[in-house]
Design a protein around this ligand. Structure first.
Ligand code: NAP
Length: 304
Protein backbone atom coordinates (compact mmCIF):
# COMPACT_ATOMS: atom_id res chain seq x y z
CA UNK A 1 0.00 0.00 0.00
CA UNK A 2 1.46 3.38 -1.04
CA UNK A 3 0.50 7.04 -1.19
CA UNK A 4 -1.83 6.91 1.79
CA UNK A 5 -1.68 10.66 2.39
CA UNK A 6 -2.75 12.40 -0.76
CA UNK A 7 -4.12 15.78 -1.78
CA UNK A 8 -7.13 15.67 -4.08
CA UNK A 9 -8.67 18.63 -5.91
CA UNK A 10 -12.41 18.21 -5.56
CA UNK A 11 -15.43 19.96 -7.06
CA UNK A 12 -17.73 21.48 -4.43
CA UNK A 13 -20.66 23.88 -4.09
CA UNK A 14 -21.26 26.04 -1.03
CA UNK A 15 -24.79 27.00 -2.11
CA UNK A 16 -27.50 25.87 -4.56
CA UNK A 17 -27.79 27.49 -7.98
CA UNK A 18 -26.54 27.45 -11.55
CA UNK A 19 -22.97 26.45 -12.49
CA UNK A 20 -21.42 29.58 -10.96
CA UNK A 21 -21.86 27.99 -7.49
CA UNK A 22 -19.19 25.41 -8.38
CA UNK A 23 -15.63 25.80 -7.13
CA UNK A 24 -12.55 23.68 -6.44
CA UNK A 25 -11.07 22.83 -3.08
CA UNK A 26 -8.05 20.81 -1.96
CA UNK A 27 -8.89 17.84 0.23
CA UNK A 28 -6.33 15.82 2.16
CA UNK A 29 -6.86 12.07 2.41
CA UNK A 30 -5.16 10.67 5.48
CA UNK A 31 -4.72 6.91 5.66
CA UNK A 32 -6.88 4.56 3.61
CA UNK A 33 -9.99 2.97 5.08
CA UNK A 34 -10.07 -0.83 5.07
CA UNK A 35 -11.86 -2.19 2.01
CA UNK A 36 -11.20 0.93 -0.08
CA UNK A 37 -8.91 1.61 -3.06
CA UNK A 38 -7.40 5.03 -3.74
CA UNK A 39 -7.65 5.98 -7.39
CA UNK A 40 -6.13 8.67 -9.59
CA UNK A 41 -9.10 9.70 -11.70
CA UNK A 42 -8.72 9.69 -15.49
CA UNK A 43 -12.33 10.34 -16.55
CA UNK A 44 -15.61 10.91 -14.70
CA UNK A 45 -19.07 11.04 -16.23
CA UNK A 46 -21.44 13.87 -15.33
CA UNK A 47 -24.97 12.68 -14.67
CA UNK A 48 -28.11 14.83 -14.67
CA UNK A 49 -28.47 14.02 -10.96
CA UNK A 50 -25.18 15.90 -10.29
CA UNK A 51 -26.55 18.99 -12.01
CA UNK A 52 -29.96 18.65 -10.31
CA UNK A 53 -28.24 18.43 -6.91
CA UNK A 54 -26.25 21.54 -7.81
CA UNK A 55 -29.46 23.52 -8.45
CA UNK A 56 -31.04 22.27 -5.23
CA UNK A 57 -33.80 20.27 -6.98
CA UNK A 58 -32.42 17.37 -4.94
CA UNK A 59 -31.03 18.18 -1.48
CA UNK A 60 -29.52 14.78 -0.56
CA UNK A 61 -26.38 16.15 1.02
CA UNK A 62 -25.48 18.94 3.42
CA UNK A 63 -23.65 21.98 2.02
CA UNK A 64 -20.90 22.27 0.96
CA UNK A 65 -21.72 19.33 -1.29
CA UNK A 66 -19.48 17.22 -3.51
CA UNK A 67 -20.39 15.60 -6.83
CA UNK A 68 -19.87 12.62 -9.10
CA UNK A 69 -20.75 8.96 -8.85
CA UNK A 70 -18.67 7.23 -11.56
CA UNK A 71 -15.11 7.17 -12.86
CA UNK A 72 -12.28 5.38 -14.62
CA UNK A 73 -8.72 5.60 -13.33
CA UNK A 74 -5.61 3.98 -11.90
CA UNK A 75 -5.23 2.44 -8.44
CA UNK A 76 -2.53 4.30 -6.48
CA UNK A 77 -3.08 2.72 -3.05
CA UNK A 78 -4.82 -0.47 -1.90
CA UNK A 79 -4.47 -3.08 0.83
CA UNK A 80 -4.58 -6.86 0.36
CA UNK A 81 -7.90 -7.82 -1.14
CA UNK A 82 -9.56 -11.08 -2.21
CA UNK A 83 -10.31 -9.61 -5.66
CA UNK A 84 -6.57 -9.37 -6.35
CA UNK A 85 -6.53 -5.66 -7.32
CA UNK A 86 -3.11 -4.02 -7.00
CA UNK A 87 -1.42 -0.65 -7.46
CA UNK A 88 -1.24 0.28 -11.16
CA UNK A 89 -4.44 -1.58 -12.14
CA UNK A 90 -6.77 0.36 -14.43
CA UNK A 91 -10.34 0.20 -13.18
CA UNK A 92 -13.80 1.72 -13.40
CA UNK A 93 -16.80 1.81 -11.14
CA UNK A 94 -19.13 3.90 -9.05
CA UNK A 95 -19.69 4.96 -5.47
CA UNK A 96 -17.50 6.54 -2.83
CA UNK A 97 -18.17 10.06 -1.55
CA UNK A 98 -17.45 11.85 -4.85
CA UNK A 99 -15.77 11.20 -8.20
CA UNK A 100 -15.49 14.75 -9.58
CA UNK A 101 -12.04 14.98 -8.03
CA UNK A 102 -8.48 14.25 -9.05
CA UNK A 103 -8.06 11.48 -6.45
CA UNK A 104 -10.92 9.38 -5.01
CA UNK A 105 -11.48 6.56 -2.51
CA UNK A 106 -13.83 3.80 -3.72
CA UNK A 107 -15.00 0.56 -2.05
CA UNK A 108 -13.02 -2.29 -3.64
CA UNK A 109 -16.21 -4.31 -4.18
CA UNK A 110 -17.48 -1.60 -6.57
CA UNK A 111 -14.50 -1.89 -8.94
CA UNK A 112 -14.19 -3.77 -12.20
CA UNK A 113 -11.17 -3.93 -14.55
CA UNK A 114 -11.16 -1.74 -17.65
CA UNK A 115 -10.93 -3.79 -20.84
CA UNK A 116 -7.95 -2.57 -22.89
CA UNK A 117 -10.02 -1.97 -25.98
CA UNK A 118 -12.40 0.57 -24.42
CA UNK A 119 -11.29 4.14 -23.77
CA UNK A 120 -11.06 5.84 -20.37
CA UNK A 121 -13.91 8.10 -21.58
CA UNK A 122 -16.24 5.18 -22.27
CA UNK A 123 -15.20 3.37 -19.07
CA UNK A 124 -15.65 6.42 -16.85
CA UNK A 125 -19.07 7.32 -18.19
CA UNK A 126 -20.85 3.95 -18.33
CA UNK A 127 -21.20 2.83 -14.66
CA UNK A 128 -24.25 4.98 -13.77
CA UNK A 129 -26.30 4.36 -16.89
CA UNK A 130 -25.37 0.67 -17.11
CA UNK A 131 -26.52 -0.09 -13.57
CA UNK A 132 -29.65 2.06 -14.01
CA UNK A 133 -30.64 0.41 -17.30
CA UNK A 134 -30.11 -3.09 -15.86
CA UNK A 135 -32.20 -2.14 -12.79
CA UNK A 136 -35.02 -0.93 -15.04
CA UNK A 137 -35.19 -4.15 -17.06
CA UNK A 138 -34.86 -6.37 -14.00
CA UNK A 139 -37.70 -4.51 -12.27
CA UNK A 140 -39.95 -4.57 -15.35
CA UNK A 141 -39.52 -8.36 -15.45
CA UNK A 142 -40.41 -10.61 -18.38
CA UNK A 143 -42.01 -8.29 -20.95
CA UNK A 144 -42.25 -8.46 -24.73
CA UNK A 145 -42.79 -4.84 -25.65
CA UNK A 146 -41.48 -1.59 -24.14
CA UNK A 147 -42.08 2.10 -24.79
CA UNK A 148 -39.11 4.30 -23.79
CA UNK A 149 -39.60 8.06 -23.45
CA UNK A 150 -36.17 9.70 -23.97
CA UNK A 151 -34.41 6.79 -25.70
CA UNK A 152 -31.38 8.75 -26.96
CA UNK A 153 -30.03 9.93 -23.60
CA UNK A 154 -27.56 8.13 -21.36
CA UNK A 155 -29.91 5.70 -19.64
CA UNK A 156 -32.25 5.49 -22.65
CA UNK A 157 -29.63 4.41 -25.16
CA UNK A 158 -28.33 1.58 -22.98
CA UNK A 159 -31.86 0.51 -21.97
CA UNK A 160 -32.82 0.20 -25.65
CA UNK A 161 -29.88 -2.11 -26.38
CA UNK A 162 -30.31 -4.26 -23.26
CA UNK A 163 -34.02 -4.63 -24.04
CA UNK A 164 -33.29 -5.70 -27.63
CA UNK A 165 -30.74 -8.20 -26.25
CA UNK A 166 -33.57 -9.70 -24.15
CA UNK A 167 -35.76 -10.03 -27.23
CA UNK A 168 -38.06 -7.14 -26.27
CA UNK A 169 -39.65 -5.04 -29.01
CA UNK A 170 -38.81 -1.36 -28.29
CA UNK A 171 -40.36 1.90 -29.42
CA UNK A 172 -38.26 4.89 -28.29
CA UNK A 173 -38.96 8.61 -28.40
CA UNK A 174 -36.40 11.35 -29.07
CA UNK A 175 -36.12 14.78 -30.63
CA UNK A 176 -35.84 14.93 -34.41
CA UNK A 177 -32.02 15.15 -34.41
CA UNK A 178 -31.72 11.86 -32.51
CA UNK A 179 -34.24 9.70 -34.41
CA UNK A 180 -31.63 8.03 -36.64
CA UNK A 181 -29.45 7.35 -33.59
CA UNK A 182 -32.31 5.63 -31.72
CA UNK A 183 -33.08 3.59 -34.85
CA UNK A 184 -29.44 2.49 -35.08
CA UNK A 185 -29.65 1.28 -31.48
CA UNK A 186 -32.38 -1.13 -32.58
CA UNK A 187 -35.62 0.62 -31.59
CA UNK A 188 -38.47 1.97 -33.67
CA UNK A 189 -37.86 5.71 -33.26
CA UNK A 190 -40.54 8.38 -33.05
CA UNK A 191 -40.40 12.08 -32.31
CA UNK A 192 -41.85 13.32 -29.02
CA UNK A 193 -44.16 16.38 -29.08
CA UNK A 194 -47.69 17.13 -30.32
CA UNK A 195 -49.45 14.08 -31.76
CA UNK A 196 -47.18 11.63 -29.89
CA UNK A 197 -49.95 9.16 -28.98
CA UNK A 198 -51.12 8.86 -32.60
CA UNK A 199 -47.55 8.37 -33.81
CA UNK A 200 -46.95 5.63 -31.24
CA UNK A 201 -50.17 3.81 -32.20
CA UNK A 202 -49.24 4.05 -35.87
CA UNK A 203 -45.95 2.17 -35.40
CA UNK A 204 -47.18 -0.10 -32.56
CA UNK A 205 -50.99 -0.62 -32.69
CA UNK A 206 -50.97 -3.26 -29.90
CA UNK A 207 -50.77 -2.03 -26.29
CA UNK A 208 -47.30 -2.25 -24.67
CA UNK A 209 -46.41 -4.51 -21.75
CA UNK A 210 -44.52 -1.64 -20.11
CA UNK A 211 -43.10 1.86 -20.47
CA UNK A 212 -40.29 3.78 -18.85
CA UNK A 213 -39.94 7.55 -18.84
CA UNK A 214 -36.50 9.18 -18.78
CA UNK A 215 -37.85 12.73 -19.23
CA UNK A 216 -40.59 13.05 -16.59
CA UNK A 217 -42.97 15.03 -18.75
CA UNK A 218 -46.78 15.11 -18.58
CA UNK A 219 -46.79 14.25 -22.29
CA UNK A 220 -44.87 11.05 -21.58
CA UNK A 221 -47.26 10.11 -18.74
CA UNK A 222 -50.34 10.65 -20.93
CA UNK A 223 -48.79 8.71 -23.82
CA UNK A 224 -48.02 5.78 -21.52
CA UNK A 225 -51.55 5.80 -20.06
CA UNK A 226 -52.95 5.68 -23.61
CA UNK A 227 -50.66 2.96 -25.00
CA UNK A 228 -49.69 0.56 -22.16
CA UNK A 229 -51.93 -2.43 -21.32
CA UNK A 230 -54.31 -1.97 -18.37
CA UNK A 231 -52.31 -4.47 -16.34
CA UNK A 232 -48.98 -3.27 -17.79
CA UNK A 233 -46.26 -1.36 -15.92
CA UNK A 234 -45.82 2.40 -16.35
CA UNK A 235 -42.53 3.48 -14.79
CA UNK A 236 -40.28 6.51 -14.56
CA UNK A 237 -36.69 7.11 -13.51
CA UNK A 238 -36.98 10.89 -13.81
CA UNK A 239 -37.57 11.46 -10.09
CA UNK A 240 -40.35 13.98 -10.79
CA UNK A 241 -43.83 14.13 -9.26
CA UNK A 242 -46.32 12.46 -11.62
CA UNK A 243 -49.97 13.32 -12.23
CA UNK A 244 -50.86 9.60 -12.30
CA UNK A 245 -50.65 7.07 -9.43
CA UNK A 246 -49.96 4.40 -12.08
CA UNK A 247 -46.44 5.75 -12.61
CA UNK A 248 -44.00 3.64 -10.57
CA UNK A 249 -40.65 5.23 -9.72
CA UNK A 250 -37.53 3.14 -10.33
CA UNK A 251 -34.21 3.90 -8.55
CA UNK A 252 -30.83 2.54 -9.56
CA UNK A 253 -29.42 -0.39 -7.57
CA UNK A 254 -25.63 -0.65 -7.57
CA UNK A 255 -24.47 -4.02 -8.87
CA UNK A 256 -20.97 -4.46 -10.34
CA UNK A 257 -22.08 -7.69 -12.10
CA UNK A 258 -24.64 -5.63 -14.02
CA UNK A 259 -21.94 -3.10 -14.86
CA UNK A 260 -19.64 -5.91 -16.04
CA UNK A 261 -22.37 -7.20 -18.38
CA UNK A 262 -22.68 -3.84 -20.13
CA UNK A 263 -18.91 -3.25 -20.24
CA UNK A 264 -18.41 -6.69 -21.81
CA UNK A 265 -21.08 -5.83 -24.38
CA UNK A 266 -19.32 -2.58 -25.29
CA UNK A 267 -15.88 -4.24 -25.40
CA UNK A 268 -17.17 -6.95 -27.75
CA UNK A 269 -18.82 -4.40 -30.03
CA UNK A 270 -22.33 -5.65 -29.24
CA UNK A 271 -23.42 -2.41 -27.56
CA UNK A 272 -22.89 1.13 -28.79
CA UNK A 273 -22.02 3.97 -26.40
CA UNK A 274 -21.46 7.60 -27.39
CA UNK A 275 -19.53 10.39 -25.71
CA UNK A 276 -21.47 13.58 -26.41
CA UNK A 277 -18.81 16.04 -25.20
CA UNK A 278 -15.54 16.05 -23.24
CA UNK A 279 -14.50 18.88 -20.91
CA UNK A 280 -11.28 19.33 -18.93
CA UNK A 281 -12.03 19.20 -15.19
CA UNK A 282 -11.07 22.90 -14.96
CA UNK A 283 -14.16 23.69 -17.12
CA UNK A 284 -16.62 22.05 -14.73
CA UNK A 285 -19.07 24.96 -14.87
CA UNK A 286 -19.40 24.74 -18.67
CA UNK A 287 -19.90 20.97 -18.49
CA UNK A 288 -22.64 21.21 -15.84
CA UNK A 289 -24.45 23.91 -17.85
CA UNK A 290 -24.53 21.60 -20.86
CA UNK A 291 -25.81 18.63 -18.82
CA UNK A 292 -28.62 20.80 -17.40
CA UNK A 293 -29.91 21.44 -20.95
CA UNK A 294 -31.22 17.83 -20.88
CA UNK A 295 -30.42 16.85 -24.48
CA UNK A 296 -27.27 14.77 -24.00
CA UNK A 297 -26.67 11.94 -26.49
CA UNK A 298 -24.83 9.29 -24.49
CA UNK A 299 -22.77 11.09 -21.85
CA UNK A 300 -20.81 14.27 -21.11
CA UNK A 301 -17.49 13.62 -19.33
CA UNK A 302 -14.58 15.26 -17.53
CA UNK A 303 -10.98 14.36 -18.35
CA UNK A 304 -8.30 14.86 -15.69
N1 NAP B 1 -33.96 6.95 -10.83
C1 NAP B 1 -32.66 6.76 -10.95
O1 NAP B 1 -32.05 5.95 -10.25
C2 NAP B 1 -31.92 7.53 -12.00
C3 NAP B 1 -30.69 7.07 -12.48
C4 NAP B 1 -30.09 7.79 -13.53
C5 NAP B 1 -30.71 8.94 -14.03
N2 NAP B 1 -31.88 9.36 -13.50
C6 NAP B 1 -32.60 10.53 -14.03
O2 NAP B 1 -33.20 10.09 -15.25
C7 NAP B 1 -33.24 11.13 -16.21
C8 NAP B 1 -32.57 10.64 -17.49
O3 NAP B 1 -31.20 10.41 -17.27
P1 NAP B 1 -30.19 10.38 -18.50
O4 NAP B 1 -28.83 10.22 -17.93
O5 NAP B 1 -30.66 9.42 -19.52
O6 NAP B 1 -30.40 11.88 -19.05
P2 NAP B 1 -29.91 12.53 -20.42
O7 NAP B 1 -28.72 11.79 -20.91
O8 NAP B 1 -29.84 13.98 -20.19
O9 NAP B 1 -31.10 12.19 -21.44
C9 NAP B 1 -32.31 12.86 -21.39
C10 NAP B 1 -33.21 12.27 -22.47
O10 NAP B 1 -34.47 12.89 -22.37
C11 NAP B 1 -34.91 13.24 -23.69
N3 NAP B 1 -35.81 14.36 -23.59
C12 NAP B 1 -35.55 15.69 -23.34
N4 NAP B 1 -36.68 16.39 -23.35
C13 NAP B 1 -37.69 15.49 -23.60
C14 NAP B 1 -39.09 15.60 -23.74
N5 NAP B 1 -39.72 16.79 -23.62
N6 NAP B 1 -39.82 14.47 -23.99
C15 NAP B 1 -39.21 13.25 -24.12
N7 NAP B 1 -37.87 13.09 -24.01
C16 NAP B 1 -37.13 14.20 -23.75
C17 NAP B 1 -33.63 13.55 -24.43
O11 NAP B 1 -33.85 13.39 -25.83
P3 NAP B 1 -33.42 14.52 -26.91
O12 NAP B 1 -31.98 14.91 -26.60
O13 NAP B 1 -33.56 13.83 -28.22
O14 NAP B 1 -34.34 15.69 -26.67
C18 NAP B 1 -32.71 12.49 -23.89
O15 NAP B 1 -32.91 11.29 -24.59
C19 NAP B 1 -32.53 12.32 -15.54
O16 NAP B 1 -33.52 13.17 -15.03
C20 NAP B 1 -31.72 11.71 -14.41
O17 NAP B 1 -31.55 12.60 -13.32
C21 NAP B 1 -32.50 8.68 -12.51
Amino acid sequence: MENQNTISTILIANSYGQSDVLSFQDYKFEGLENGFARIKTKVAGINPIDARRMTGEFKHAALPQTFGTEFSGEIIAIGDNPEGFKIGDIVLGSGGGFTHATVIDIPIGNLIRKPENISFEVAGSIPGVAQTAMTILDELGPIQSLLIHGASGGVGSITVQLAIERGIKVVGTASKRNLDYVKQLGATAIEYGDGLIERIKEVHPEAFDASVDMAGTEEATQASLATVKENGIISSIAGKRSSSPRVIPIWVKRNPKNLQHVVDGIASGKFNWEIDATFPFSEAAKAYTKVLEGHTRGKIVFTF
